[in-house]
Design a protein around this ligand. Structure first.
Ligand code: MIC
Ligand code: SF4
Length: 645
């Protein structure tokens, strides 16, 4: 029987288990990377495990999210990350070097390898033919400390691309937006999307990376493209042809599902507020006035994308009512644009050029105004994520963004009457790794420096025999980790201080949550009830860690997003799924629940009887944990489990 690409890579990295969907598999990992917003915790956790040096072949610590530095906190965190990287044997990518996923693609991603990143858009590396998976910080820390990476084997879905993208106005972004329209934000849960078919040949690595990057919004575990001549060309241009291996699916490879997408039929698409799957063709909503345009992010900030944007802007002026902000994805992209005079074209048009970082994508500045329409080439438009709850954020391709900045309204870029140059992939990128500090061989004199805002990782007590607690919140489907643990310029600086950040838990949904949870702590703690796909979006473990600190004991939902579910388990919170969906309807906010015999049920069939003490009935909920997950939950989480082995 032929094998698909995912099976080949997983089998080559297998430590135990097998690749049958649904079974547990342990994998050797080649690369782990962190970014600053999740990395402070990840490296504190690594330190708490007590290992001297990372045990994976490559570890990189990036700084790209927390870049505003409105006080000492971010700069202190950066110093901590730099000294921790030096102490523990990781590369350190300095602030200014760029967004982790773009830089990693340029300088480190390698076909056939497995990478973990403490960021949900780690699958960007799938554009290179790498299995690249987003995980929580603690998961990354244990793997860096030498543990295999354990995962429930996802189903492998083939996305078969036929035809050709109708360039230049239609881009890879329109492909993934089309898929999001078809499959929704839960369409990829429990799946890996493997791209294949004749249409693949037509796409270069950065286009592929746009698609795999935003595959995260499908809820997919990761997405991957074959490694072929285009991959080799990209690696050559990066001076890394030695990293190339060919990777393709065998004839007769089997897939759980096949989705056929004809690239010829794809048109410019746009995601409307407030979800990346609320997608329509741009022409359907043309004419709406635009206030802000933001181009960049890890989805669309490659040199080719930026060059195309510069070419559309050249000789024009940004519309009177529009603010245009551009953040190139990496120093490499930025420097190349500058040396070719392309940033000059952007500046002349009136663009505000930001540093190579996440910036407005995570609400670090450039928040839109009240009721404003913001058009972004980014990957998430969750409510309030931009920093303004009352704004309307749309997601579209970077060239369409440039056209809308010039025209001042939502417009299909094909109808804008603008010129665009024919863009070819460069044969040589400008390589200058002077902002990447390699690991040191002798670390004896390195001191890890911690500022006053860096606090220890809290650890949960052992699992209780019986959980009796109040339902503090009842929530709808698709709750994001941005809803649970907001980011933005006010909150992000507290990522290394759990007591401080916990005050913001669920802030945009219920401002009283944190204080109510604190109060409920003395009375058994709290429970949250969720709908489907609970915890989608970011990998931030703070969305589990901070609620745990506030006394959260269990989340009962219709279903969970993968990374958040793992983060809950890793921090000792019981994730339960309603056996019967109607029980979700019956339960109410402020109901008091009791779950008895927790450890025994966990060791047994994992079907819990939950008694609603307020309303006087019982219902069933299941935990569906694998052996390792049960064991670590019984010990109070992954940190105590790893330390006491
Ligand atoms: C995001 O896009 O939401 C982030 C910010 O990059 C997060 C990581 C974080 O919360 O620090 C992610 O995607 O995992
Ligand atoms: Fe940064 Fe935005 Fe990408 Fe997250 S989605 S890594 S915040 S650019």
């Amino acid at each position: 029987m032929g094998k698909n690409i995912v099976q080949k890579i997983f089998e080559a990295h297998r430590v135990y288990g097998d690749t049958t969907p649904g079974s547990t598999i342990g994998l050797n990992v080649d690369q782990v990377y962190t970014q600053d917003a999740t990395g402070t915790m990840a490296w504190l956790e690594f330190e708490a495990i007590g290992i001297d040096r990372v045990k994976v072949p490559l570890a990189v610590s990036y700084v790209d999210h927390n870049m505003l530095q409105s006080n000492f906190m971010n700069a202190d965190d950066h110093r901590f990350l730099q000294t921790a990287a030096a102490k523990f044997g990781a590369y350190f990518s300095k602030p200014g070097n760029g967004i982790c996923h773009q830089v990693h693609l340029e300088r480190f991603a390698a076909p056939g390898e497995i990478a973990l990143g403490t960021d949900s858009h780690t699958p960007t590396g799938g554009g290179m033919g790498m299995i690249a998976i987003g995980v929580g910080g603690l998961e990354a820390a244990t793997v860096m400390a030498g543990a295999p990476f354990e995962i429930t084997m996802p189903k492998v879905v083939q996305v078969k691309l036929t035809g050709k993208l109708q360039r230049p106005w239609i881009t890879a972004m329109d492909v993934i937006l089309t898929l999001l329209k078809m499959l929704t934000v839960k369409g990829g849960v429990g799946k890996i999307m493997e791209y294949g078919g004749p249409g693949v040949k037509d796409m270069n690595v950065t286009e592929r990376a746009t698609i795999t990057n935003m595959g995260a919004e499908l809820g997919a575990t990761t997405s991957i493209f074959p490694s072929d001549k285009k991959t080799l060309a990209f690696l050559k241009a990066e001076g890394r042809e030695g990293d190339w291996v060919e990777l393709k699916a065998d004839k007769g490879a089997e897939y759980a599902e096949v989705i056929v997408l004809d690239l010829n039929t794809i048109e410019p698409m746009i995601a409307q507020p407030h979800s990346p799957d609320n997608v329509v063709p741009i022409r359907e909503i043309a004419g709406k006035k635009v206030d802000q345009v933001c181009i960049g992010s890890c989805t669309n900030s490659s040199y080719e994308a930026m060059r195309a944007v510069a070419s559309v802007l050249k000789g024009h002026t940004v519309s009177e009512g529009v603010n245009l902000l551009i953040n190139p994805g990496s120093k490499q992209v930025y420097e190349m644009l500058a040396r070719k005079g392309l940033t000059a074209d952007m500046i002349a048009a009136g663009a505000r050029i930001l540093e190579a970082s996440c910036g407005p994508c995570i609400g670090m500045g450039a928040a839109p105004g009240t009721g404003h329409v913001s058009i972004r080439s980014y990957n998430r438009n969750f409510h309030g994520r931009s920093g303004t709850k009352e704004a309307f954020v749309y997601l579209t391709n970077p060239i369409a963004c440039a056209a809308m900045a010039v025209k001042g309204e939502i417009i299909d870029p094909r109808d804008a009457g603008l010129h665009i140059d024919k863009i070819k992939e460069p044969e040589k990128f400008l390589i200058n790794d002077n902002l990447i500090i390699p690991p040191k061989a002798d670390t004896s004199d390195v001191q890890v420096i911690k500022g006053p805002n860096i606090k220890e990782v809290p650890v949960k007590e052992q699992l209780r025999d019986s959980i009796e607690a109040e339902v503090l919140l009842k929530l709808d489907n698709n709750i994001t980790t941005d809803d649970i643990m907001p980011a933005g310029s006010k909150v992000l600086p507290f990522r290394s201080n759990i007591p401080a950040i916990s005050e913001f838990v669920f802030e945009n949904i219920d401002k009283t949550f944190s204080s109510r949870a604190q109060a409920a702590k003395a009375n058994g703690g709290s429970i949250v009830v969720g709908g489907e796909n609970y915890g989608q979006g970011s990998s931030r473990e703070h969305a589990a860690l901070a609620p745990m600190f506030l006394g959260l004991q269990a989340v009962i939902a219709k279903s969970f997003a993968r990374i958040h579910r793992t983060n809950l388990i890793n921090f000792g919170i019981l994730p339960l799924v309603f056996k019967a969906e109607e029980d979700y309807e019956k339960i109410g906010k402020n109901d008091r629940l009791i779950i008895k015999n927790v450890p025994d049920t966990l060791k047994g069939d994992q079907t819990f009887t939950v008694e609603n003490l307020t309303k006087g009935y019982t219902f069933k909920a299941a935990s569906n944990l694998n052996d390792r997950e049960r064991e670590l939950l019984l010990k109070g989480g992954l940190l105590p489990y790893t330390k006491n082995r």
